[in-house]
Design a protein around this ligand. Structure first.
Ligand code: SAH
Ligand code: SF4
Length: 395
């Protein structure tokens, strides 16, 4: 049965809509080069363009300003010209839910009325924002709620970095003039993980541009070491991720044989375990990066045996790695169960004894369906049936 399961589902691709509004161009999401071109196109003299880019960039991404009127180092006339042609706009937050454990889930509406979710996870020593790169996902991992969503559209760079900005708004984390950044203690939003809805490497350019903006030292200024991109294994884009983004990489590995991985992560039928591992061996060298994270969802009686744990450490031998065990997060109609706690610990122990860090990811925000793989736009109604999901999973 698994042989017949599609790698990508029968999706309804939403065409990129023209930005809503009055025709003014949104500056959020333009790279420095893009911003320069936009300003020159709007009449800024070329000689001044570099300086203007620097000034406007700092207002938008360092100070979090949304009105040109507040950009006091620009002349009044120039500010007025800018506000005729441009806007500084973020996607709209439709709702915010706060879990008993402090996790916040934002439902975010993007142009065209579609919705994605963004999750903020506070921890003792850091605060991680889990952002989405697509509405839904074209892939059909059988344990993932997002993979059952039929509508798919790539987010723009502005919609991706906009999630970081709206979370900073909500956390009250833009610096205040006269106080500056970083003096009020550690950042509330210190890390980004591209682990929300969507496959980031199927929206490469927009994800890259958004992360470049988030890393820019004159703006949000997050280190590339604090950004982790998670992919199901889009092999041809892995070396590009190293070269053009340079962030940390996480791989949704989830199985130790092609037979099981084909069922769990159907993209494995296109790029199998051996091909994926070959691409990963190069990554740390290319990106000057630290270890690769292997994500491994713990599914009862599917991929959680001692033999699996032993195969896993053999497969990744030679790759600087850590293994992140994710207890399966259930969702309505899911065709799997979470492995028992003893089983997860026994699995972790084998990995640990083989010399790898093997943290078990504590599910966060479960009461608000904000945990990994539970995200799915609540308003999205075209949904697969239980039977379809089970059939594709080969159950
Ligand atoms: N599309 C990317 C990133 C988003 S998913 C990817 O697949 O890597 C982020 C992580 O959550 C992935 O490792 C994914 O496999 C995992 N995940 C998905 N559904 C899950 C679920 N129900 N329980 C636990 N983890 C899940
Ligand atoms: Fe898409 Fe990732 Fe979910 Fe797979 S696990 S369906 S790639 S979001």
């Amino acid at each position: 049965m698994a042989a017949g399961a599609p790698i990508t589902q029968d999706v309804l691709t939403i065409p990129r809509t023209v930005p809503e509004g009055d025709g003014r161009v949104n500056l959020v999401g333009l790279t420095r080069e893009g911003l320069r071109e936009a300003l020159i196109g709007a009449g800024t003299p070329e000689k001044q363009a570099k300086m203007r880019v620097n000034q406007i960039w700092q207002w938008i991404y360092f100070w979090g300003v949304r009105e040109f009127e507040a950009m006091t180092n620009l002349s009044k006339v120039y500010r007025a010209e800018l506000s005729e042609k441009f806007v500084i706009a973020l996607p709209e937050v439709v709702s915010r839910q706060v879990s008993a454990d402090g996790t916040r889930k934002y439902l975010v509406r993007i142009a065209g009325g579609h919705e994605v979710e963004t999750v903020y996870i506070p921890e003792d020593d850091r605060g991680t924002l889990c952002i989405s790169s697509q509405v839904g996902c074209t892939l059909t991992c059988s344990f993932c709620h997002t993979g059952t969503q039929k509508l798919v559209r790539n987010l723009t760079a502005g919609e991706i970095v906009g999630q970081v900005m709206l979370a900073r708004d909500d956390l009250g984390e833009w610096p205040e003039p006269g106080i500056g950044a970083g003096e009020a203690g550690p950042r509330l939003l210190s890390n980004i993980v591209l682990m929300g809805m969507g496959e980031p490497l199927y929206n490469f350019e927009n994800v890259r541009d958004a992360m470049k903006i988030a890393m820019d030292p004159e703006g949000i200024s997050l280190s590339r070491r604090r950004i982790t991109l998670s992919t199901s294994g889009v092999v041809p884009e892995i070396s590009r991720t190293a070269e053009e983004i340079g962030c940390q990489l996480a791989i949704s590995f989830h199985a130790t044989t092609d037979e099981v991985r084909n069922r769990l992560v159907p993209i494995n039928k296109r790029w199998n375990i051996a091909t994926l591992l070959d691409a990963l061996r190069e990554y740390p060298k290319l990106s000057n990066s630290e270890r690769i994270t292997f994500e491994y969802v713990m599914l009862k009686d599917v991929n959680d045996s001692d033999a699996d744990a032993r195969r896993l450490v053999k497969l990744i031998a030679g790759i600087p790695a850590k293994i992140n065990l994710i207890p399966f997060n259930e969702w309505p109609g899911a065709p799997y169960e979470r492995s028992d706690w003893d089983r997860i610990e026994a699995f972790a122990d084998i990995i640990y004894k083989a010399g790898y860090a093997s943290p078990i990811r504590t599910p966060r925000g479960e009461d608000i369906m904000a945990a990994c793989g539970q995200l799915k736009s609540a308003t999205e109604r075209a949904r697969k049936s239980r039977a379809e999901i089970a059939a594709e999973a080969g159950l």
